[in-house]
Design a binder for this molecule. Sequence first.
Ligand code: ATP
Length: 341
Amino acid sequence: MTGGNVKDYSIATIGSHTALQILHGAKQEGFRTIAVCEKGKEVPYVSYRVADEILTVDSFADFFDVEDELIKKNAIVIPHGSFISYLDLKRFKKLRAMHYGNKNVLDWESDKGKQREWLKNAGLLLPKIFKDPETIDRPVIIKFDGAAGGHGYFLVQTPEDFWKRLKETGNENRKYIIQEYIIGVPLYIHYFYSVLTEELEIMGFDKRYESNVDSIGRIAAKDQMNLKIETSYDIIGNIPLVIRESLLPKAFELGQRVVDYSKEVTPPGLYGPFCLETIVTPEGEFFVFEISARIVAGTNVHISGSPYAKFRYREPMSTGRRIARELKNAIESGRIKEVLG
Ligand code: ATP
């Protein structure tokens, strides 16, 4: 197959989440860029000079209104977290514009049960789920359905505590899951899997800065009790990390397992950027509590590339740029169809 030219394509995404990084990376690789913005929220994409063109919609839910225009411009759409939050998943799966990544993976990612099955069957270590509250025998976190930012989540370690707290917090009628609480440190691993080279890369790591849980340690326990502070996990920012070098082989292994299993259940499998959200114990065990099957906001800390990306690329390589590099390689080698899903 003959190769094409990046100049014949545009890269488009919706203006939020990791759009600055994606569009900046696309420009670094020579693509034309399009930001689809909500009316009144165009400023960052204009100010930072990342978008050659801005298409405005009243709300992201109206994204499909500009689809014909994207098709006309030969745009490749790069999905990120805001697509899942704002767009109708069923409709998104029928997107006619070119799309980077395997859309079928979204079914697995958006369903917590399926996600768990995926990670478990891939052989990863997951926090245990307690179906029956009477069997609680260790620290557990109670998570409520639809509790964005983890509002109302609480920790207990006995059945008695569980019933008491459920009543006190007025949550008796809400749907919840009881999950083993892993005592360790949170670690978010940013992967990239290339279908062109069939190689898994680790682009970097981050940890989250969440309000108010990350500042509760600044308040003495007795004051926390007096003030009746409720823990929440609203994401405010991200912090870059490097990990102990001897933990790197394990981090690679986890990502490889997830990719290998995804090839079995939804060929051609998971490819492009993805993230495993883990808690690492003092024994060096990685418990995985979630997977994001696309670029995560934590990669925004590495716009000039993480130390790990530096080893491999020796030039600034963000995850956004890595996506564009993959598309460029696919276009130039006549393999673009293999990376569109
Ligand atoms: P989402 O909307 O992405 O599902 P959320 O904010 O509702 O997220 P989680 O991401 O599940 O909730 O968890 C919130 C926080 O609690 C995270 O910071 C994570 O580090 C921590 N956490 C979640 N599950 C566990 C666990 N099993 N053990 C220890 N910490 C956990």
